[in-house]
Design a protein around this ligand. Structure first.
Ligand SMILES: Cc1cc2nc3c(=O)[nH]c(=O)nc-3n(C[C@H](O)[C@H](O)[C@H](O)COP(=O)(O)OP(=O)(O)OC[C@H]3O[C@@H](n4cnc5c(N)ncnc54)[C@H](O)[C@@H]3O)c2cc1C
Length: 412
């Protein structure tokens, strides 16, 4: 019997795992990758360590117009299945803080090595420097036009061309053009897991400073999400893990034309009253100290003047004995609720993932097959599903890629 020929467009995480699932099931599999080699983005993941999944998987860590769409694939090939899959290929998985899973080698390159070794063993044909320009769908087969190469035919196609995030690593949105040409709807993409631009006069003076605290995103007076950890200041705005995690919500709200603020709490574990009492104690300790000096040893020196000025204190060196309890209250409030206006997210080149993408309403959640073009499947970031930072985006690539590869190889 003639082998089923499956062509996968895109040699990222989703495309590679799809190729393995399909080839293990007996299909003849080709991967077309526009870059000189497959897996370039994978090498950059987890700061070169590859946070390949998360042991605390939860659908709440996924987003999109219909995030629940992801559930079926996430259940079919869950985080345990991902760890077993990689253990079987030779990657010893280590679970770190917040459930983040990494290869024990600490090298993203080892994840790519074992995937490519398995692909070669199964006879998957990698064709690199192969940029797909169009896909046409005839009665019996797909015709895939590749730049400066012969047209390739396929019984099934898996579109795993990624989104728009970090185009230097390959994905530049060309997958959307291919899918749209075949009638699929695109939910307007925007950068996620990205730094935030802030509108504030003091940023230059704080560039490079860090604080450990809580950041919340507030829209119309309502807190939408909050995260704790190290927050970094830069001349354009804010970064650091809590900010990256909040960036999707920020991008979504800005896109809706909403005014979104970041609220920083420098002492999330203390109440406002506790901070007021603490400041009162510190100012009464040596009443001759200048007010600004009384903050030395409590907060990073670089923040003192900025916070006092933001709190409306102009005479920073007033002796503590002359500071009123109202002034202390206002500074305490600023330390618990430092409001910053978000002007934008940083650009695609700095984003880790794409929010938005091909509308999942056009895709079957059980199989990842297009509801518009039978025989065409989707895998990975190209779809309107994105995850939080922490291994959730690769889990989506593995789950959806595995399901797409398997179902493409099963259905005639
Ligand atoms: C710096 C960085 C760090 C990250 N770290 C993590 C992490 O630690 N954990 C985590 O879970 N997620 C992480 N992510 C997100 C995660 O890497 C992606 O969500 C995931 O790799 C997406 O996989 P994919 O296969 O869907 O898409 P991609 O990896 O983007 O692969 C798509 C491939 O398709 C190719 N392609 C596109 N168009 C065409 C075309 N027309 N013809 C041929 N080929 C084409 C591209 O060149 C690319 O190689 C990180 C992302 C970045 C940018």
């Amino acid at each position: 019997m003639k082998e089923l020929r499956i062509v996968i467009i895109g040699g990222g995480a989703a495309g590679m795992i799809a190729s393995i699932a399909a080839a293990r099931n007996g299909a003849e599999v080709f991967i077309l990758e526009q870059l000189p080699r497959v897996g370039k983005k994978l090498l950059a993941t987890g700061n070169g360590r590859c946070n390949l999944t998360n042991a605390n998987m939860n659908i709440r860590s996924f987003h999109g117009s219909n995030a629940a769409f992801a559930l079926t694939a996430l259940k079919q090939f869950d985080e345990r299945a991902v760890m077993d899959f990689f253990e079987d290929l030779g990657i010893h998985c280590v679970i770190e803080s917040e459930g983040k899973v990494f290869p024990a080698s600490g090298q993203a390159s080892s994840v790519l090595d074992v995937l490519r070794f398995e692909m070669a063993y199964l006879g998957v044909k990698e064709i690199c420097d192969a940029r797909v320009e169009s896909i046409t769908y005839g009665k019996k087969a797909f015709k895939i036009r590749v730049k400066d190469r012969d047209t390739i035919t396929a019984d099934k196609v898996i579109l795993a061309a990624g989104g728009k995030a970090n185009p230097g690593l390959g994905s530049n949105g060309s997958g959307y053009t291919l899918a749209k040409a075949l009638g699929h709807n695109l939910i307007e993409p925007f950068p996620a897991l990205v730094k935030l631009k802030i509108d504030a006069p003091y940023l230059k003076s704080l560039s490079g400073a860090k604080l450990n605290g809580e950041a919340a995103i507030e829209v119309d007076g309502k807190v939408l999400r909050q995260e704790r950890g190290e927050i970094l200041f830069a001349d354009y705005g804010l970064s650091g893990p809590p900010i990256i995690q909040l960036s999707r919500t920020a991008g979504e709200q800005l896109r809706r034309g909403k005014k979104a603020n970041i609220i920083l709490d420098l002492f999330p574990e203390k109440s406002l009253k506790e901070i007021e009492d603490l400041l009162k104690r510190r100012t009464s300790l040596r009443e001759y100290k200048p007010f600004d000096f009384s903050f030395i040893g409590l907060i990073n020196k670089r923040f003192i003047n900025v916070i006092l000025k933001e709190a409306g204190i102009s005479a920073l060196q007033t002796p503590c004995k002359d500071i009123t309890s109202d002034e202390i209250k206002v500074v305490a409030r600023k330390m618990k609720r430092w409001v910053m206006s978000i002007s934008a997210t940083r650009s695609w080149s700095e984003a880790q993932v794409t929010a938005g993408g091909i509308d999942v309403a056009d895709i079957d959640a059980e199989t990842m097959e297009s509801k518009i073009i039978p025989g065409l499947y989707f895998a990975g970031e190209i779809m309107d599903i994105d995850g939080d930072c922490g291994g959730f985006n690769l889990q989506w690539a593995w789950s959806s890629g595995y399901v797409a590869g398997l179902s493409a190889s099963l259905n005639k």
